[in-house]
Write a protein that binds this ligand. Structure first.
Ligand code: MTE
Length: 393
């Protein structure tokens, strides 16, 4: 795994001991701006990356079959020629984003992602909904997305909904996918956890049952809190309960600046001197983040941060960007991206605070919780993101 944030293996601890080993990476990611360059884009692979040369890529086929009236097999070129090609901005988030905080409380089954298990790119491909229409699916089915080493499922009604934005993509940030990111073809499922975006895609099967793939059951679940890691490992009934499957991302936010323990330089001695707190927020299923709030006193009082949405950030980007080429930016498509927030705080107030916390709310009014929902896989951690103890100078 090419995790962009250092992995550490701290065991139990108390919240006031949370100081990541390498606190620079989220701020690095954030300082790149809205798009993540491909070399800093997070990577999460459950096995070896398939070796696919150009010749093999030309002959790469994705089969679409199962419960449909017109099963087909497409090469990447066939897809390009047959369907409308779109380029849209999408944020991918690993379900384990922010797991490090859970592992500090109690070690989960997963490794310690910081808050940088997230990245945004422009993906180019064709809409899965258009491809599925082509095969005439029978009603009310699921889609199985296996590729031998990896497989998962998707509700067919969602996959057929253009507004859900799912793509069969071959390019990222204007270039062919890198091997790590699924060259030559991957699925990109915006608004859902990254685990649904199957890389090196070879098969889509319309089926009446959930994917039977091992990783579909033993991954990407939020098991009930009382189920500890050993119990989860030993007792399969937890994994097979469909109620614990994760679909959409939950609302989340993080502080990129300042980092834990960062020494803040006040630009003046004036009582009015300010420091700008900054970070990201996102929600799932195409829902927008509707507010981001900051507290300097562990939730006794909150202040509203300013939010910049993708369309604000893109205002200057035309449909023919010199770097990225064409960008198809519809209002629906921009809901599948993170947004950036900022809040100017008086240095005098900051120096009195022992912690800074952020929380976001999405348009379904789901709000990040004060308390952690610890779970055996360490997934979907979205309690208030906190930064502790900042000396100012
Ligand atoms: N697809 C395959 N074939 N194999 C994998 O291991 N990992 C999944 C998903 N697709 C995976 C996969 C997971 S868990 C995530 S979070 C995303 O890919 C990460 O995509 P990225 O590595 O391009 O960021």
């Amino acid at each position: 795994d090419g995790a962009p944030e250092a992995i550490d293996t701290q065991d139990k601890g108390t919240p006031d001991k949370w100081v990541p080993r390498d606190p620079r990476m989220l701020s690095d990611l954030y300082s790149q701006g809205f798009f993540t360059s491909t070399n800093l884009f997070f990577v999460r692979n459950h096995g070896a990356v398939p070796q696919v040369d150009i010749e093999k890529a030309k002959n790469w086929q994705v089969e679409i079959n199962g419960l449909c009236n017109n099963p087909v097999s497409f090469s990447v070129d066939d897809l390009r020629r047959t369907f409308e090609v779109v380029t849209i901005p999408i944020t991918l988030v690993c379900a384990g984003n922010r797991r490090k905080e859970q592992n500090v409380v109690q070690k989960s089954l997963g490794f310690s992602w910081g808050a940088a298990g997230i990245s945004t790119a422009l993906f180019t491909g064709v809409r899965l909904a258009d491809v599925l229409n082509f095969v005439h699916p029978q009603k009310g089915r699921r889609m199985d997305l296996p590729n031998g080493h990896y497989g998962t499922s998707q509700l067919a009604s969602w996959a057929r909904d253009r507004k859900r934005g799912m793509l069969l993509a071959w390019a990222m940030n204007g270039k062919a996918l890198e091997p790590d990111h699924g060259f030559p073809l991957r699925l990109v499922v915006p608004g859902q956890i990254g685990g649904r975006s199957v890389k090196w895609l070879t098969k889509i099967e319309l089926s009446s049952i959930e994917s039977q793939h091992h990783l579909h059951f033993h991954d990407n679940k939020v098991l009930p809190m009382p189920v500890g890691p050993d119990q989860a490992r030993a007792e399969t009934q937890w994994w097979y309960d469909p109620r614990y499957i994760i679909r959409d991302l939950n609302v989340n936010s993080a502080i990129a600046t300042p980092d834990h323990d960062q020494v803040l330089a006040a630009t003046s001695d004036s009582e009015e001197a300010t420091f700008v707190l900054q970070g990201y927020a996102y929600a799932g299923g195409g829902r927008r983040v509707c507010r981001v709030e900051i507290t300097l006193d562990e939730g006794s009082s909150w202040s509203l941060a300013e939010i910049k949405y993708p369309e604000d950030l893109f205002r200057e980007v035309t449909h023919d960007d010199p770097v990225y080429g064409r960008i198809d930016l519809t209002e629906e498509d921009t809901c599948f991206c993170w947004c950036f927030w900022s809040y100017a705080v008086k240095v005098a107030d900051l120096s009195k605070a022992s912690s800074i916390a952020v929380r976001a709310m999405d348009e379904s009014l789901a709000l990040q919780p004060r308390d952690m929902y610890w779970n055996a896989t360490g997934m979907m951690n979205n309690w208030w993101f906190r930064v502790f103890e900042h000396p100012t100078m």
